[in-house]
Design a protein around this ligand. Structure first.
Ligand SMILES: *Cc1c(COP(=O)(O)O)cnc(C)c1O
Length: 365
C-alpha cells in the first residue's frame, strides 16, 4: 500500500530532536506564552523575512485575525470586499465571512491553478479593501501585476501561505510578499506541528501588536481589554516542535521538488495533465496536482492497485451548502479543477521505487 503521505515516516528523520524538545517543554512547567514561542516566532520571522511573527491557534485563525485587526485599525469595515481565488480551501473564505466582509471570487488560471491576475481588476469596486492570494498546492500565486493593482487601488495584500512554507518569488519568500500573511502548521502542511498551530507574519508592527492582542482576549496588558478578542495562541509544545522542523524545511522542500520532477518527467499519458515545469518551477509542492477528465475512475484504479490519492478539493466553495447564496454562480475553470483534480502521493519521504510504480500505473491507465 502506498500512502498519500506518511507522517510517521516524515517525522522519523528528526524524531529524536522532537522528543528532546517535547521533554524540555514538559519538564519546564511553562506551557503557553513562554521562551519556546518567543524563539519560534523569532526564527520563523527571520526565515520568512518579515519583522514580525505572531503565533496563533491555527491557520484559519491567522487569516481571521489579520482581517479582524484591519477592522479594529479602521482600515476596513463590515461589508467591505476582499478579492479571493474561487479555487481555494474553504478556510481562506471563512476568514473573510467570519469578519462580515464580502468575498469576491475570482477564477484561477488553468495552467497555474492560482488566481488569474487578468481577471482581478474588473472585480475591484469602491468597496474593495484587500486581495487575498492563496499559494495553493505550494505554488506562488503572487505576480507583479497583483502587486501593481494593490498599489494602484490602495488595497492590502494578504497571503494565505498555509500550503507554501519556504516557497520563493524573486528571492522573497511567500509570507513576506504582501502586507500580512496567515500560515497554518496543520500536521500535513510542509511545516507541520503535532497538532494545530498557526502564525501571522508581517512587517507592520501596528498590525502585529493588534493580532497578538486580539488572539489574547483583546488584551495587551494583563486584565486590561481594549478590544473584543478571542483566545488563539500557539502553545509551547508546538512552538518547540516547529522550531526543530523549521531547520529541515528547505531540505524537505527540496525532496518534494525532486519527487515532483520525477512525476513531471515520468508521467506520459495524453489523458493526464501534469503541472508544467515552466509554470511550476518555484513550487514547494505541498500537493502534486494532476488533472484528468476521468478523475474518479483514475482514483479508483489507483486505489485498486494499492495507491492512495486525495482530491483537493471535491466541491468548490461556491457549491458548498454553507454558502448557499452562491449556488447560481458560474465559475467554469474552478468547477473544472474540482471535477478533474487528483493529488498524487507526495511527501519528502516518498520512496522513489514506489513513485515509479505510481508513474507506471498512470502511464498504463
Ligand atoms: C490548511 C489551510 C488553511 C487552514 O489552516 P488550519 O490550520 O487547518 O486552520 C487555510 N488555507 C489553506 C489554503 C489551507 O490549506
Amino acid at each position: 500500500m502506498i500512502k498519500y503521505s506518511d507522517l510517521t515516516k516524515n517525522t522519523e528523520r528528526y524524531s529524536s530532536e522532537i522528543e528532546e524538545a517535547v521533554k524540555r517543554v514538559v519538564n519546564s512547567g511553562w506551557y503557553l506564552r513562554g521562551k519556546e514561542t518567543e524563539r519560534f516566532e523569532h526564527d520563523f520571522a527571520s526565515y520568512i523575512g518579515t519583522a514580525h511573527c505572531v503565533g496563533c491557534g491555527n491557520g484559519l485563525d491567522a487569516l481571521t485575525l489579520i482581517l479582524r485587526a484591519y477592522i479594529e485599525m479602521g482600515v476596513m469595515t463590515e461589508g467591505d470586499e476582499v478579492i479571493v481565488p474561487a479555487n481555494t480551501y474553504i478556510a481562506s473564505i471563512l476568514a473573510v465571512t467570519e469578519n462580515k466582509l464580502v468575498p469576491v471570487l475570482v477564477e484561477p488560471d488553468i495552467e497555474t491553478l492560482q488566481i488569474d491576475d487578468r481577471l482581478i481588476e474588473q472585480a475591484i469596486t469602491e468597496r474593495t479593501k484587500a486581495i487575498m492570494i492563496v499559494h495553493l498546492y505550494g505554488r506562488c500565486a503572487y505576480t507583479e501585476k497583483i502587486g501593481e493593482l494593490c498599489r494602484k487601488y490602495n488595497l492590502k495584500l494578504i497571503e494565505d501561505n498555509a500550503q507554501a512554507h519556504g516557497c520563493m518569488h524573486n528571492g522573497i519568500r511567500t509570507g513576506a510578499l504582501g502586507d500580512a500573511a496567515g500560515h497554518s502548521f496543520y500536521p500535513t502542511k510542509n511545516l507541520g506541528a503535532l497538532g494545530d498551530a498557526g502564525a501571522v507574519t508581517t512587517n507592520d508592527s501596528e498590525l502585529a501588536d493588534m493580532v497578538r492582542s486580539l488572539g489574547n482576549y483583546g488584551s495587551a496588558r494583563k486584565y486590561v481589554f481594549d478590544h473584543i478578542g478571542r483566545n488563539s495562541r500557539i502553545d509551547e509544545l508546538q512552538a518547540a516542535v516547529l522550531d526543530v522542523k523549521l531547520k529541515y524545511l528547505d531540505e524537505d522542500n527540496e525532496m518534494r521538488r525532486k519527487k515532483a520532477l520525477r512525476y513531471i518527467n515520468g508521467i506520459d499519458n495524453k489523458s493526464i495533465k501534469v503541472p508544467s515545469e515552466g509554470y511550476w518551477e518555484n513550487s514547494v509542492f505541498h500537493i502534486f496536482p494532476i488533472l484528468c477528465e476521468k478523475r474518479d475512475e483514475l482514483k479508483a484504479y489507483l486505489s485498486g492497485h494499492g495507491v492512495l490519492t486525495e482530491v483537493h478539493y471535491p466541491i468548490a466553495p461556491h457549491r458548498q451548502k454553507c454558502y448557499e447564496s452562491w449556488a447560481g454562480m458560474q465559475l467554469p475553470v474552478t468547477e473544472q479543477i474540482h471535477r478533474q483534480e487528483l493529488s498524487l502521493p507526495m511527501s519528502p519521504a516518498l520512496d522513489e521505487k514506489e513513485q515509479d510504480y505510481v508513474i507506471e500505473l498512470l502511464n498504463n491507465f
